[in-house]
Design a protein around this ligand. Structure first.
Ligand SMILES: O=C(O)CCC(=O)C1=CC=C[C@@H](O)[C@@H]1C(=O)O
Ligand SMILES: [Mg+2]
Length: 368
């Protein structure tokens, strides 16, 4: 396989509902999609999950574009590679910038799956034909609005409800949700909004039978999380703290986490995501696939990854129509009764709606 030309597009898509976390509120999603073409004409697609501003991690849409244009694409263009696993080896000299690396690596995996005439899920070693999915709900204006939203999603059959918490929007919210929905699988994502000094408060979450509390403490920590986990019944799930297999190994060995949220972009691509999955499978750590408000391209990659056997907890990959009036893939990702059928076509398994892509494109650049 030899990638001979690449197009990067910056897209702006309006979110159906504003998305609020402990950091702030989004009404649009600005992101990059990358189209790569092999010498035989096969086309693969990848998506950067970096946000417009560095609130989730240090990467942004602009830093991704800079890293792709000035370092990663020059390293990959016209290089003979035999398997997508080689992309992360090619990129090893470049420090971090995982979301940028993942953007182009995902497109190479898509090409490889097409050229080996298999769904991306199979190319990754996945066997599931359908995946269980949950839904992640941002912070709402009121608890009543949140209860109404949760009620709707429970009725749609989503297998797990994830809500955001932060100081002042935590115990009362979870108490009301648990009293209203006594049997629904529920979790809380704090996005690092707490400190170890808040342990007594966080311990009160144990009363609500949550499946996990996601990233309660600092986004670069595994030490304090290990201390906190000793004080909590509720399993801690790490998201922002885990950037690689090595981070996962250290966190598991320290007892900092009992569950890991794998996000393809955060860990640098599908190859590293698979390594983390395999390590966690061997060490009794269940994983699930986190979301980053992706378009259909990133959503398709998430669906494929979630077919691997140790993805035993419902992830964030909800239906396209949860986020977009119109997605950029055909057919859109549809979850029915909390399940998504895994596409069986070669590659990411969805057709790119080029007209829709162009309609959302605000900047485009070609590289060959
Ligand atoms: O894509 C989805 O629906 C899940 C989005 C989501 O929950 C998150 C995206 C990005 C940062 C956070 O707000 C949160 C997360 O940390 O998992
Ligand atoms: Mg999270």
């Amino acid at each position: 396989m030899k990638i001979v030309n690449i197009t990067i597009r910056q897209l702006k898509m309006k979110l159906k509902d504003p998305f609020t976390t402990s950091f702030g509120t989004f009404t649009d999603r600005d992101f990059l999609v990358l189209e790569a073409q092999d010498q035989d004409g096969t086309i693969g697609w990848g998506e950067s999950v970096a946000f417009h501003s560095p609130w989730y991690n240090e990467e942004t849409l602009q830093t991704n574009w800079h890293m792709l244009e000035d370092f990663l694409i020059p390293l990959l263009l016209n290089k003979e590679i035999h398997h997508p696993d080689e992309v992360s080896e090619l990129f090893a000299p470049i420090r971090k910038n995982n979301m940028a690396k993942s953007t182009v690596e995902g497109a190479v995996w898509d090409i490889y799956a097409q050229q080996t005439n298999q769904p991306l899920a199979s190319a990754l070693g996945g066997t599931r034909e359908k995946i269980e999915v949950g839904i992640s709900i941002g912070i709402q204006q009121s608890i009543e609005e949140l209860v109404e939203l949760v009620d709707g999603y429970v009725k749609e059959g989503y297998k797990r409800i994830k809500v955001k918490i932060k100081p002042g929007w935590d115990l009362e919210v979870m108490r009301i949700l648990r009293n209203t929905f006594p049997d629904v699988a529920m979790m809380a994502d704090a996005n690092s909004a707490y400190r170890l000094e808040d342990a007594e408060l966080l311990k009160q979450l144990d009363a609500f039978n949550l499946t996990m509390i996601e990233q309660p403490l600092a986004s670069d920590d595994i030490i304090d999380h290990a201390q906190l986990q000793k004080m909590l019944e509720t399993p801690i799930c790490l998201d922002e703290s885990i950037h690689s297999l090595e981070d996962a190994r250290k966190a598991v060995e320290l007892g900092s986490t009992k569950i890991i949220n794998i996000k393809i972009g955060r860990v640098g691509g599908l190859t590293e995501a698979k390594k983390i999955h395999d390590y966690c499978a061997a060490n009794g750590i269940p994983v699930w696939c986190g979301g980053m408000l992706e378009s259909g391209i990133g959503r398709a990659h998430n669906v494929a990854l979630t077919t691997l056997s140790n993805f035993t907890l419902p992830g964030d990959t909800a239906s396209s129509n949860r986020y977009w009036d119109k997605d950029i893939i055909k057919p859109e990702v549809v979850s029915k009764n909390g399940y998504i059928n895994v596409p069986q076509a070669a590659g990411i398994g969805y057709e790119i709606d080029r007209e829709a892509v162009e309609s959302f494109t605000v900047v485009k650049k070609h590289y060959k």
